[in-house]
Write a protein that binds this ligand. Structure first.
Ligand code: ATP
Ligand code: MG
Length: 447
């Protein structure tokens, strides 16, 4: 016997009715983005591997161990095989598209959002998958378009606060920091490298490596034993130059004015090498409520970040483009779903009922039943079509589970054009002329 095939580890199927929640989140995000005048961009799911190596950074966890990379077969003998990678994130792709389509030459600020799957070979667990979805946005443009202004940072953060509120996610925290300019970062790297020399032998192996290759990444470490040591390290804020400080205080002043709460977190440096100045995360530390399958446990498992982002003023140049400062974020759609599922537990909507179940009496009227269903569906009704091979009792049972009405279509009804309709809620059975059927079903649909 052949082995049963299953979805690959770290991937999963999304089924109804859960997909209704996914669609609702996506629709809310699209509506909010539209109000802030963002347009949608869709980039390919795979790209040249070099884009991520240069755009995300060789030393990051994403590039060094999480990418799905393969050598694509060459088309001709003279050609070399190309190294391709399933996108682990979407910012690099958006910035590549910005450069490729010369969007900077418009002189306008580009405000682009995306919704789509991303791929990372991580250890699968609650809230962490190998194929996951992100909703993200980028604001990018030449410096003359105002792309460097701290107002852009504050506006993006205010939009995120609005989006989370409109999604119904309560209890989020905005964690905010500045990692400074490339020069500030270089200065801080030196300070940090020196401070790490005496303590690094007591840290995890990853940190020992990072202490040499990329000291900033040490602040990202999640190993519990390393945390007391990390607490004692110098803070990046003390290495920031005047420009970066002024920029950051303009961001926080605008947030204060708009009434968006935030929490300053000097350790928030994030996993992308080209982040500059403002960096942020929105976290949710909520616990599952009473009545959930495991009440009192963290909704997002060990993962509490709903989204992350920041400014990347040097990214375009790093992948061969013009100077194009930008700021963006990516939110984990899977984690939004988990959070909403846990908190909406007590108000779970009943599965949507269809307006009518059409029961053909005998296979001879199957074709006529399809025509009737077409008519009603075109009138905007939600209709389920039964089958003429079912006995009437079976049709009634099937209809009662999912529909508000059953419409019986036998030879007589087909000939006379007068249909038998039963409303399950009232128990009333009536005869309705075909011409009035759609209106009849719609008028009693909301009873
Ligand atoms: P984490 O610290 O949780 O690994 P990250 O810093 O790797 O997050 P980003 O690259 O900033 O995450 O991605 C932005 C958001 O995408 C995260 O905040 C999270 O909500 C979501 N995300 C990232 N990786 C995964 C994954 N493997 N599965 C599900 N969601 C993810
Ligand atoms: Mg990660």
């Amino acid at each position: 016997m052949s082995q049963t095939l299953k979805a690959v580890r770290g991937t999963r199927d999304l089924l109804p009715p859960e997909t209704e929640l996914w669609n609702r989140i996506e629709a809310t995000a699209r509506a909010v983005f539209a109000r802030y005048n963002f347009g949608e961009i869709r980039t390919p799911v795979f790209e040249d591997t070099a884009l991520f190596a240069r755009g995300v950074g060789e030393e990051t966890d994403i590039v060094s161990k999480e990418m799905y990379t393969w050598e694509d077969r060459a088309r001709a003998q003279s050609e070399r095989p190309q190294s391709l990678t399933l996108r682990p994130e979407n910012t690099a792709g958006v910035v590549r598209a910005y450069i490729e389509h010369k969007l900077g030459e418009t002189g306008q600020l580009q405000k682009l959002y995306y919704i789509g799957p991303q791929f990372r070979r991580e250890r699968p667990q609650k809230g962490r998958y190998r194929q996951f979805w992100q909703i993200g946005a980028e604001v990018i443009g030449p410096p003359s378009s105002g792309s460097e202004s701290p107002l852009r940072d504050a506006e993006v953060l205010e939009m995120l606060a609005t989006l989370l509120d409109e999604l119904g996610i309560s209890g989020w925290t905005l964690e905010l920091n500045s990692v400074g300019s490339a020069a500030d970062r270089a200065r801080y790297n030196d300070v940090l490298r020196a401070a790490l020399i005496p303590v690094e032998p007591r840290m995890c192996v990853d940190c020992q490596r990072r202490a040499v290759t990329n000291p900033l990444r040490v602040l990202d470490c999640k190993v519990p034993e390393d945390q007391p040591i990390i607490e004692t390290l110098p803070k990046i804020f003390d290495s920031l130059g005047e420009d970066s400080r002024v920029h950051f205080s303009a961001v926080t002043a605008a947030l204060d004015a708009a009434g968006v709460p935030y929490h300053l977190n000097p350790r928030l440096v994030r996993g992308l090498d080209y982040y500059t100045r403002t960096t942020f995360e929105f976290t949710h530390g909520g616990l599952s409520p009473q009545g959930a399958s495991s009440p009192g446990t963290p909704i997002l498992g060990a993962q509490n970040a709903l989204l992350g982002g920041g400014r990347y003023d040097g990214l375009s140049e790093a992948i061969g483009g013009p100077k194009a400062p930008g700021i963006g974020f990516a939110m984990g759609l899977d984690r939004l779903v988990l959070t909403l599922q846990a908190t909406e537990l007590n108000q779970k909507a009943a599965p949507p009922q269809v307006d009518a179940y059409i029961a053909p009496l005998g296979e001879g009227v199957n074709a006529a039943a399809l025509a009737l269903a077409r008519e009603l569906r075109r009138a905007g009704l939600r209709v389920e079509l039964g089958d003429g091979s079912f006995r009437l009792k079976k049709s009634f049972e099937a209809a009662d589970k999912i529909a508000r009405h059953i419409v019986i279509l036998g030879e007589d009804e087909h000939r006379s054009g007068i249909l038998t309709v039963k409303n399950f809620a009232s128990g009333i059975q009536t005869k309705v002329p075909r011409a009035e059927l759609a209106a009849h079903l719609a008028s009693t649909a909301s009873e």
